[in-house]
Write a protein that binds this ligand. Structure first.
Ligand code: URA
Length: 275
């Protein structure tokens, strides 16, 4: 059955974990955590076809307003996300947009609002196995601008700023553990991040952004705030349709800007290219 090598496992031409082969996905890939959300995203396109369902990875390709687009779920957290990004890069992806849910830590952010990540604090372990902790998990300026353009055009409430990505949903995001286990370092992390003007907690963006920077790809993230950690409100699902709509539209915009760049012979997008 198998083929390939132990240091780059491939089975019958497909990447070992995501079970996707070259040519099966767009260069522009949406990355939700939840496999069920990949199904939901694919249903919002003009057409879509299932590529693979394997472990936590569900992949579809399709067309959104005529543009080739794909989605792969990453599962929860940094290790499975790094695998998805590694294998998607090998089959030709170059632009990644996380579409997820998040916990807002600034008091002015309401549940259902969207948060567009400009950079992420690397509070997880996976990206530290790639590069020193000082290396920035910054989003691609083009992806950030496309997400802002999309959010404006769709008229949704959104914020832009720094996200913190953790390896732990509970202790790592200042939630008490089982039997109220709550050491002081875990109690303090939320206030420390809030004071440093961090907007939100989630678990995948820093991995996507760090790997994208290392490999010369473009990364970004748009998340719906389903938790508000100051008021202690929890509204699962709120805002997720808006996050999906914004991410789809950002892919359409990036296709358009990339075409203009090609036509004008420019490596980077800048606003006056649109004149
Ligand atoms: N995802 C997270 O990681 N944290 C939250 O509070 C909500 C969603």
């Amino acid at each position: 059955m198998g083929s390939g090598k132990a240091d780059s496992p491939v089975i019958e031409g497909k990447m070992y974990h995501i079970m996707v082969g070259p040519g099966e996905v767009s260069s522009y890939v949406l990355l939700p955590g939840d496999p069920a959300r990949a199904d939901k995203i694919a249903k919002t396109w003009d057409e879509s076809w299932l590529i693979a369902r394997h472990r936590e990875y569900t992949t579809y390709s399709g067309k959104y307003k005529g543009n080739f687009i794909s989605v792969t779920s990453t599962g929860i957290g940094a290790p499975s996300t790094a695998i998805a990004v590694e294998e998607l890069l090998r089959v030709g992806a170059h632009t990644f947009i996380r579409v997820g849910t998040t916990g807002a830590i600034q008091p002015y952010i309401e549940t259902g609002d969207l948060i567009i990540t400009s950079a992420s604090v690397r509070l997880e372990g996976t990206s530290k196995q790639y590069v020193i902790p000082e290396y920035p998990a910054s989003a691609s300026p083009e992806v950030v601008m496309a997400l802002i353009e999309a959010a404006e055009s769709l008229g949704v409430r959104y914020w832009v700023g720094i996200t913190a990505s953790t390896d732990s949903f509970y202790l790592g995001q200042s939630r008490p553990g089982f039997k109220n286990y709550f050491p002081s370092f875990a109690r303090n992390i939320l206030d420390d991040m809030r004071m440093a003007n961090v907007l939100n907690f989630e678990m995948e963006s820093s991995t996507i952004l760090t790997l994208s920077n290392i490999y010369g790809a473009r990364g970004g993230a748009v998340c719906a705030a389903i938790a508000q950690r100051q008021s202690n409100e929890f509204s699962p699902g709120k805002g997720i349709e808006d996050a999906i709509a914004v991410a789809n539209e950002a892919v359409r915009i990036l296709h358009e800007w990339d075409e203009i760049k090609r036509r004008e012979g420019k490596k980077f997008f800048f606003p006056s290219l649109l004149r």
